[in-house]
Design a protein around this ligand. Sequence first.
Ligand code: SAM
Length: 248
Amino acid sequence: MTGLPKAETMPSLVEVFGKRPGRMGLLDSGLERLDAGNSVVLEIGCSVGEASAHVASKYGCIVSAIDISSEDIEKAKRSNGHANVRYETARAEAIPFEDEKFDVVFSEAAFSLLKEKEKSVSEYRRVLKGNGCVLINDFTLRNSIDESLRGDMDFIPCFAGVDTKEGYIKYFEEQGFELAYESDESKEIVKTAMWIAKAYKTPLSELSGLFSGFLSKNDPEKDSGSCECFFQSAKLGYVQLIFRKGGK
Ligand SMILES: C[S@@+](CC[C@H](N)C(=O)[O-])C[C@H]1O[C@@H](n2cnc3c(N)ncnc32)[C@H](O)[C@@H]1O
């Protein structure tokens, strides 16, 4: 592995991921499919708020946006403030809003991270109106992997918690949601990988080495070999899923 940038000089992965070009395209297609203009919307895992500000300005929605990271929420208030967006530090597993407040709950690359997906989906159900919908755009696994490989991926939590599409659907169906739409958006992975490689000036073929560099930066004690193993074993994909609340 030659020519990789030094880990300590790298911008964070979340920062680079958040700045990927065309990142609103998939969100736009989902919201347009839901005809979500002027609706009351909740974003889960909003990070620094780019998507929420976009949804408020492009679709005239009233947006509440939560993230577990108070640091990100402070940045969101500073850099993506909007009259119709309210940012709050909170967890998906304990949403600080009343029952049946929202028309749409959405998240972009955040459902995969949630440590308690079942509890979170029951919260989504609680805060959605009777005919409300959930829009999920996220990483998926397209094969099964040796579960022990996840252990070293904590520095990319999307991958530590990624599940198969069927696994995600099960969480929702068990809570009485109906799958209304699904599409394979795995081309997003290629676009994102190319963007990350470009941002870090790393050849695409050396991406797993780049991620190993992040691992040794985060925890020099850890064996970065299993990180490379993860990328060699896991067939990652990206999906758009829409669920309708329906009766339970
Ligand atoms: C990969 S980032 C995606 C951020 C943003 N949606 C985007 O597309 O750029 C995932 C976000 O989910 C947040 N997060 C993780 N666990 C969470 C939880 N249990 N409740 C709320 N937010 C959570 C993280 O802090 C992070 O900002």
